[in-house]
Write a protein that binds this ligand. Sequence first.
Ligand SMILES: Nc1nc2c(ncn2[C@@H]2O[C@H](COP(=O)(O)OP(=O)(O)OP(=O)(O)O)[C@@H](O)[C@H]2O)c(=O)[nH]1
Ligand SMILES: [Mg+2]
Length: 238
Amino acid sequence: MTQPPSIIAIIPVLNEEQAIGKVLAAIPAGLVARVIVVDNGSTDRTAAVAAEAGALVVSESQQGYGAACLRGMASAAAFRPDIVVFLDGDYSDYPEEMMSLIAPIVEDGYDLVIGSRTRGVREPGALPIHALIGNRLISFAVRALYGAEYTDLGPFRAIRFDKLLGLNMQDRTFGWTVEMQIKAARMGYRILEVPVRYRRRIGSSKISGTVGGTVRATVKIFAVILKHLFTGRTKESE
Ligand SMILES: Nc1nc2c(ncn2[C@@H]2O[C@H](COP(=O)(O)OP(=O)(O)OP(=O)(O)O)[C@@H](O)[C@H]2O)c(=O)[nH]1
Ligand SMILES: [Mg+2]
């Protein structure tokens, strides 16, 4: 890895005009070469606020968390980064903790570092009980099926860019995070979880704040887990 490493942050956003400015302001100065904000069809001033704060704003018209992350990856490629960091644009993550995700890659040779909200301190209500239960069930299933010791599917994560490309990411919705974790485990990547803090989002909740949204996301994630289990078996038996 070149010294110092080139780091790009990718933030998918859908109507986060109240939050995105605070997220961008909290990213440690000088740590990242560029912040890419992927506007996923916002109808508010999200894109303008992000551009005013100095981010590179790109747009992805097809909605979905994974679609936005894939667009961010495609834009990041032009910068030939060593490492990319993903985080949410709703101010739930603490961008000032970014170095704790990057340091294990730079100093200790990890490929993927995931910020675990269950290992970290959460503001009451930031991860409602149904979201915690969904998260537990998923982590348990991934451990049972793939042997990977994950405790969370948190959005705040850093990964070597070459290793990310090697995963051939496909999921265009909320299966994106678990897809990355399953594939990284299967590829034998060096993976680390570090505790991160998590607070209540700014703006209205779209997924985990509602039981219906959480159930839909959990079902989707289980579908991804099973799909990869089946695909892996097929490949192994070829
Ligand atoms: N829900 C949703 N979020 C998107 C989409 N595209 C990008 N995002 C952004 O992805 C990040 C994660 O989405 P959130 O809605 O915060 O999902 P969550 O944290 O599970 O749930 P809540 O914070 O309760 O809404 C946020 O920065 C969103 O603005 C999309 O199509 N749907
Ligand atoms: Mg959120």
